[in-house]
Design a protein around this ligand. Structure first.
Ligand code: CUA
Length: 336
């Protein structure tokens, strides 16, 4: 009977049902409170209406009643907060083994790239049952990546990476929206996410020969001359990048930061902002020289350079006067 009257979009991700449950609870609670308040208004309006010849009677407050209607909502609100927080932290914490998609938004299209090198515009093909992590940035203004069927919406900002992740559970084609007004053709900045069976996805992937993103990054790394300074030997004027990604890095000013996507990005565009301990700020600025797509490839390349052993601080020269202590704990990469 309600087949043509969908109140909710399809639930096509692992997080969809929990988001819906909270939403349904909020709607039901609001409906119940509205009903209760309107009923009380009606009852009191009739019961305490003005009658001819009857003096109005002053009614003093009731401490028991007032405490009850303060304490009960307090705990209901705390319960809603805790429930929402659990969903929020889940949505902000991508699993470590997620498949990664690099997204560049621009007026007015979505450019998506797979680690295997496939590029897509306004269309994203992914396999069902895998964790998918989106690493997103914008070339111009603020956009917002919104797939109702997955219950995810994430602003996509110029000048940094924002992340979103989901776990598709149902093959199908789902609507992709831009959910942030971004100019004249904002409403046309739409696309689709095609969730496929794994075998089908493999066939799609191998449909066209492609250069893996990290390999493209390696080429750009060499072309821009990065490889002349970022070398494994101690003569390198910049830190060796092998094993740096995802690990804490000691900086010249004493801070320690985790080498995540945003750190790599910033260190390419504006290297002086975070100089690794033991090195001089001699790296040229690449702001305006590398495109967002080239940045994605460079980040993928740095990521691919392997992981160091536990208990090792990466990104510092193995020689040099200011070696950090070797017992720096290996933190989990910061979740964005
Ligand atoms: Cu992009 Cu709205």
């Amino acid at each position: 009977m309600f087949d043509n009257f969908p109140l909710w979009p399809v639930r096509a991700s692992s997080g969809a049902a929990t988001v819906d449950a909270l939403y349904i609870f909020l709607v039901a609670l609001s409906a119940f409170m509205s009903f209760a308040i309107f009923t009380m208004i009606l009852v009191f309006a009739v019961r305490f209406r003005h009658r001819k010849g009857v003096e109005a009677e002053q009614i003093e407050g009731s401490l028991a009643l007032e405490t009850t209607w303060s304490v009960i909502p307090f705990f209901i609100f705390l319960f809603i907060f805790a429930w929402g927080a659990v969903i929020y932290f889940r949505e902000r914490t991508p699993p470590r083994s997620a498949m990664e998609i690099y997204v560049v938004a621009k007026q007015w299209m979505w450019k998506l790239q797979h680690e295997e090198g496939q590029r897509e515009i306004n269309e994203l093909h992914i396999p069902v049952g895998r964790d998918i992590r989106m690493i997103m940035t914008s070339q111009d203004v603020i956009h917002s990546f919104y797939v109702p069927a997955f219950r995810i919406k994430q602003d996509v900002l110029p000048g940094r990476y924002t992340m979103a992740w989901f776990h598709p559970t149902k093959p199908g084609t789902y609507h992709l929206f831009c959910a942030e007004y971004c100019g004249t053709q904002h409403s046309g900045m739409i696309g689709q996410v095609v969730v496929m069976e794994p075998a089908q996805y493999e066939a799609w992937l191998s449909g066209s020969p492609n250069v893996p993103l990290a390999e493209t990054g390696q080429k750009i790394f060499a072309e821009l001359g990065c490889s002349t300074c970022h070398r494994p030997d101690t003569q390198g004027r910049g830190p060796d990048l092998a094993g740096v990604f995802g690990k804490p890095v000691m900086l010249e000013d004493g801070r320690t930061v985790v080498a995540d996507e945003n750190y790599v990005r910033e260190s390419i565009l504006n290297p002086a902002s975070k100089v690794v301990q033991g090195f001089k700020p001699i790296m040229p600025v690449f702001q305006g020289i590398v495109s967002e797509e080239q940045l994605s490839a460079l980040v993928a390349y740095v990521k691919s350079l392997g992981q160091p052993g536990p208990g090792q601080t990466a990104g510092t020269s193995s020689a040099g006067p200011s070696n950090p202590p070797a017992n720096e704990p290996a933190h989990e990469p910061k979740v964005q």
